[in-house]
Every structure is written in structure tokens, then in C-alpha cells.
Design a protein around this ligand. Structure first.
Ligand code: PHE
Length: 451
């Protein structure tokens, strides 16, 4: 059943779409993941590789996904099926839905952590640490506590499901309208605080000074995976969001806006975290706990720290929810459009399956810490498979599909349907057809055949 865009809902306004797509892009990827991956992979040089991936791979693919979505008015599977019926290309869509499953399962866990820190901030238990060790101990106790982790994981998934059940216009769009501007103001404030801490400059140097000896194929793969993850690309979330777009919207400026905004938030977050990491005497390499150890230490030693802590973690939790709902929406849209399920059915069934898949990820820091697959915890395996392999692969195939199979001429026609001028059309076509697919392929090759 492919019943087009009718009875599926639309965005209320142009700004609503941009905010919702930014809401999908901006999330834990920018605020939690970006700083710790930069920290683990050598700082400045990683940031440069990341920016190159955004401009050469992320940007063209985002416009392609929006275009596929608006053209077909369908979910990832339906989009490819409509344009090239009964060909293997529809596999990109299935892979995307599967990636959405995997990503949301661990995303919900970390989303739960942020909710826990909202509550802990309100009860003031994370804004009175005397040292970063104390903050670290608190976080360590929390993520190893099975019931607490599961409670907040449940809460996070429940919130996402409650919003997605209401549909795109009522739920998703409204949630993003206030959050995005508030988040920027918050990060700017925190950046000033971090930069004025004693010893901050060492962090600035780590973050901005590129040491190219740190770059290996593995590091480039991680930077590319992070670019896909942060921009919500390669799994069809942006196809799905594009499908709720009416034809009169300007896709090219929406793309630029979302990419710039997402990148700005990630870069800002680096400027918040690294000066503080060095100022409070932590190691930038400590991994997923980085933000949760550094910021509470900073909040504990600043005026109004308790209030700032509540605000910061609340904004982070909302940012995580607006991304979580886009992951869920892409999966749900497939079951609604292609399988004829009702929205409620799709949300309840798929939300629950994803939730259950998240449980072992949630326990990966506690009771399942010693359960290793290929030397990694369950959490790391799911994250790694989805972010570093499925997303780049899905993105590469999407680029090939739009660049060569469906074709840039058709895509141009869709993009320019109502648009006055597509200023960077030539750039788009070039990077989409040649640079993006080759870049992803080379990175995979370099990773698997390092000689
Ligand atoms: N972009 C989101 C973030 O940075 C995560 C996400 C990935 C959302 C893939 C949708 C699809 O947090």
C-alpha cells in the first residue's frame, strides 16, 4: 500500500520543517558523542576531517534525502520502491529502517542518562562535587545501577512513543520550536564559562591545533560515521521528514540551514568541553562518560551552578528526544505506508521491540560489562555497526542512486520545482556523483585493507 502523502500529515510551516529537521540532526550526536570521539581521536585533526566529511559527503546526501522524500511522499522503503520498483535499490530503504532500529535502541539508553541527570540536577545531587573524581564516581555508580538505568531508558522511550503517536505536526514540530534557540544561548553561556577557567587554553589548543600524525584510516572512518550520525543521514530519517514537506518549500536553503546549524552546535560543544576538561584535570580520552563527568564538575564550581545544571540537562534531554522521535518516525512510517498499519499500532509495537533491544545496551556498563562480542560490549557493537558501517553504506548507496540511477536531472527537476534558483547546483552534482561515493568507498577499503 503506497498511498502518498494524503492522510500522513504535513509540516505546519516552512520554519516548522527546518526546526524539525534540525531537531533530528541536533542531539546526543553533537553534545555527547562529538566531544568524546574528538577527545579519543586526537583533537584538532579529527575536527578537520569531520568538517571535510560534512561538506563533501553529508551536505550532498542530505539534499538528496530531502528530495527523495518530497518527490515520493513516502518512507525510506517506499521512496526507493516508487522510483525503481522491484529492483534491489529498495534494499537501501530496508537497511535504513534496520539502522534506525539499532540506533534508537542505544540512543534511548543514553537519552535515559540525560533524563536521570535532569532529575539529579533538580535534587541538586550533581552540582556539588568537590572534584572531577567525585563526579566520575557518581556517574559510575549510576550507569552500573540496573534498575535506575532501565527506569530512565523506559521513560525516554515512553516519551518518544507518546510524541510520535500524535504525529508529525502536533507532536514533533511543536517540540522543536522553542528548544533550538534556547540550546544555542545555553551553549554560548557555557562556552564563556569554560574559556574563563584557569588552564582552559590547553584545551583550546588540543581542540584547534591539528596534529596530522593522529589520522589513520580508522580515525577517518570514525569521523565519517560521526558526520552521518550527527546529520541523521544514511538511514532515511531525512527522507521521511522530507516526505511531510509540501512542494513549495525551498530544499536547498533548508539543507544549508540544517547542516550549518548542526555543525555549529557540535563545534560550540567542543569549545565548551575541552577547555573544561583540561581545567578540571580530566583526560580527553575517557569516552562516553566525558560530558557527564566534566560538566557537573564545572557546574559545581560556578555561580548558579545548580540552576544551570537543570537547564543544561533539560535542553540536552529535549534535544535527544527530538532526535529519538525522528529515528522512531522513520521506522514507523515504513509500517504505516508499506504495511498498512495504523500509526498507533506501529508506534506501540515497534517502539516496544526497539525498547527491548535497548535493554542489553543499557546494561552494558553494569551487569553485562563483561559480555563481549568481538572484544566490544553490546552497546559498542550496536553503535559501531550502525554508525560506522550501516550509515556510511546507506549514504553511499543513496548518493549513487540519486547521482546515477534516478539521476541528477530528475532530482534537479524536483528540487527546482518551486525554487527560484539553486545556486550551488553544480557543486552538489559534482560532490554527489563523484566525491561522496568514492570517499566512502575509499574509507571502507582503507579500513579493510590497510596496506
Ligand atoms: N542526528 C542525531 C544526533 O546527532 C542522531 C540520529 C541519527 C537521528 C540518525 C536520526 C538518524 O543525535
Amino acid at each position: 500500500m503506497t498511498n502518498g502523502a494524503n492522510n500522513r500529515g504535513f509540516w505546519g510551516s516552512r520554519m516548522g520543517f527546518i526546526l524539525a529537521a534540525s531537531g533530528s540532526a541536533v542531539g546526543l550526536g553533537n553534545i555527547w558523542k562529538f566531544p568524546y570521539i574528538v577527545g579519543q581521536n586526537g583533537g584538532g585533526a579529527f575536527v578537520l576531517v569531520y568538517l571535510a566529511c560534512i561538506a563533501l559527503v553529508g551536505l550532498p546526501i542530505m539534499l538528496s534525502e530531502f528530495t527523495l522524500g518530497r518527490k515520493t511522499g513516502l518512507n525510506p522503503v517506499g521512496a526507493f520502491q516508487t522510483l525503481r520498483p522491484n529492483t534491489p535499490w529498495v534494499g537501501i530503504g530496508f537497511m535504513g529502517v534496520f539502522a534506525g532500529f539499532l540506533i534508537l535502541s542505544f540512543y534511548g539508553v543514553v537519552g535515559g542518562w540525560t533524563l536521570a541527570y535532569v532529575v539529579n540536577s533538580i535534587t541538586q545531587s550533581v552540582s556539588h562535587f568537590s572534584s572531577s573524581q567525585e563526579a566520575g564516581q557518581f556517574f559510575g555508580n549510576f550507569i552500573t545501577n540496573t534498575w535506575e538505568v532501565l527506569f530512565y531508558h523506559t521513560l525516554f522511550m515512553g516519551l518518544c512513543m507518546a510524541i510520535v503517536i500524535r504525529g508529525v505536526h502536533g507532536g514533533i514540530e511543536k517540540a522543536c520550536n522553542i528548544l533550538m534557540p534556547a540550546l544555542v544561548v545555553m551553549l554560548l553561556l557555557l562556552m564563556v564559562r569554560s574559556l574563563t577557567l584557569p588552564g582552559a587554553m590547553e584545551g583550546v589548543r588540543f581542540y584547534l591545533y591539528p596534529d596530522f600524525s593522529k589520522i589513520t584510516p580508522q580515525v577517518v572512518l570514525l569521523a565519517m560515521g560521526q558526520a552521518f550520525f550527527s546529520l541523521s543521514l544514511g538511514m532515511g530519517a531525512m527522507i521521511t521528514y522530507g516526505s511531510y514537506l509540501s512542494a513549495r518549500e525551498n530544499l536547498t536553503s533548508a539543507t544549508l540551514y540544517v547542516v550549518l546549524f548542526d555543525t555549529l552546535i557540535a563545534l560550540l560543544m567542543g569549545m565548551v568541553i575541552f577547555p573544561a576538561v583540561f581545567a578540571v584535570g580530566l583526560e580527553p580520552t575517557e569516552g562516553p562518560s566525558l560530558v557527564f563527568n566534566v560538566l557537573p564538575t564545572v557546574f559545581s564550581n560556578m555561580p548558579f551552578g545548580a540552576g544551570v545544571s537543570v537547564l543544561f540537562f533539560a535542553l540536552l534531554a529535549i534535544a535527544a528526544i527530538t532526535s529519538g522521535i525522528s529515528l522512531l518516525e522513520a521506522v514507523v512510517a515504513y509500517f504505516i505506508d508499506q504495511r498498512g498499519w495504523t500509526r498507533k499500532q506501529a508506534v506501540l509495537v515497534m517502539g516496544s521491540v526497539i525498547y527491548l533491544l535497548g535493554v542489553p545496551s543499557g546494561l552494558s556498563f553494569g551487569v553485562l560489562a563483561d559480555f563481549k562480542l568481538m572484544g566490544m560490549t553490546f552497546f559498542d557493537v550496536v553503535d559501531n555497526v550502525a554508525s560506522n558501517y550501516l550509515l556510511p553504506l546507506g549514504g553511499m548507496l543513496t548518493a549513487i542512486f540519486v547521482g546515477w540511477v534516478w539521476g541528477t536531472r530528475e532530482a534537479h527537476r524536483e528540487i527546482e520545482r518551486y525554487e527560484t534558483k539553486f545556486h550551488w547546483g553544480a557543486y552538489w552534482e559534482f560532490v554527489l556523483r563523484y566525491v561522496a561515493p568514492v570517499a566512502v568507498a575509499l574509507v571502507f577499503l582503507a579500513k579493510f585493507f590497510p596496506e
